[in-house]
Design a protein around this ligand. Structure first.
Ligand code: SAM
Length: 287
């Protein structure tokens, strides 16, 4: 008879048993709402066929539900103090989980996917520490990890940023990068009261469905991303100025010609361009 953790009483009991203190530097806010945990796992679409990578299991609140729904789970936790809790206590009855004590940013995820899932696409599910959301997501995409989807709890604002298009203040390099690789969908809003300790911000769960074949025809990916980065580094400037400052291999003249051939004004800013337009522009400049 397994005791689920997703309520304040059981969470406090485990924390007290081990004399655990929350570490701010690891962004520790543990879920204490059973409904939310179950909804996240459901929205992730986890089935008995799936291999799931969980980033930052904490005391194992969501890991328990993942183990009950997936074929196999690997949970990567940076905080050494949480490892005995997970291994000896909260996950001890599950035989389909491996706990790894490591920083996710230092782990060779491709190797795990190869060993545990024959290199086939995996599902990533996580309630992320907010300060490393972007490097984690970009790391998964840029290292070409075989992914079916990433379902993650992030700061509400960051979830919005991943989903929006031009014409809003949230639109930026992250929106474009995420949308190049995946189709984003916010699936759940989560109030601060669902966590212990309570965070200062509201959260949302976003699912990123990875495109299995590239959605955009790009001649030079590196150029595309350099163009995007340079355009948003100085977002109040015109593209012509910010790109010629930020990118040495694109001349002002080539850029002006490319913009003109796309029917865009010389004064256009990067924040006005859609992903399709960035792709077209980078293809015009890739020669
Ligand atoms: N999944 C748990 C839950 O929902 O209750 C905990 C979520 S808490 C927001 C984030 C977790 O990620 C913490 O357990 C923290 O120690 C862990 N963590 C932080 N940085 C990490 C890193 N670089 N690699 C792996 N885990 C990390």
């Amino acid at each position: 008879n397994i005791m689920h953790l997703a309520n304040p009483t059981n969470t406090i009991a485990v924390l007290n048993r081990y004399g655990f203190n929350f570490q701010k530097k690891f962004g520790q806010n543990f879920l204490i709402d059973e409904n939310i945990v179950e909804k996240i796992v459901r929205e992730a679409g986890v089935t008995k066929d799936d291999f799931v990578l969980e980033i930052g299991p904490g005391i194992g609140t969501m890991t328990q539900i993942l183990c009950e729904n997936a074929r196999e789970v690997v949970a990567v936790e940076i905080d050494t103090k949480l490892i005995p809790i997970l291994k000896e206590d909260t996950l001890r009855y599950y035989d389909n989980v491996t706990v790894i004590n490591e920083d996710i940013l230092k782990l060779d995820i491709n190797k795990i996917v190869k060993e545990k899932n024959n290199g086939k696409p995996i599902k990533v599910v996580a309630n992320l520490p907010y300060y490393i959301t972007t490097p984690i997501i970009m790391g998964l995409f840029e290292n070409h990890v075989a992914l079916d989807s990433i379902t993650i709890m992030v700061q509400k604002e960051v979830a919005d940023r991943m989903q929006v298009g031009p014409g809003t203040k949230d639109y930026g390099a992250l929106s474009l990068a995420v949308q190049y690789y995946a189709k984003p969908e916010i699936v759940l809003n989560v109030p601060a009261s669902c966590f212990m300790p309570r965070p200062n911000v509201d959260s949302a769960v976003i699912r990123l469905n990875r495109y299995q074949t590239p959605a955009y025809d790009v001649k030079n990916e590196k150029l595309l991303f350099n163009l995007i980065k340079a355009s948003f580094l100085q977002r109040r400037k015109t593209m012509l100025n910010s790109v010629s400052n930020g990118l040495s291999n694109v001349t002002k003249e080539d850029l002006a010609n490319a913009l003109e051939s796309m029917g865009l004004p010389k004064t256009v800013r990067g924040e006005a361009l859609t992903l399709e337009q960035f792709v077209e522009l980078s293809n015009l400049l890739a020669k």
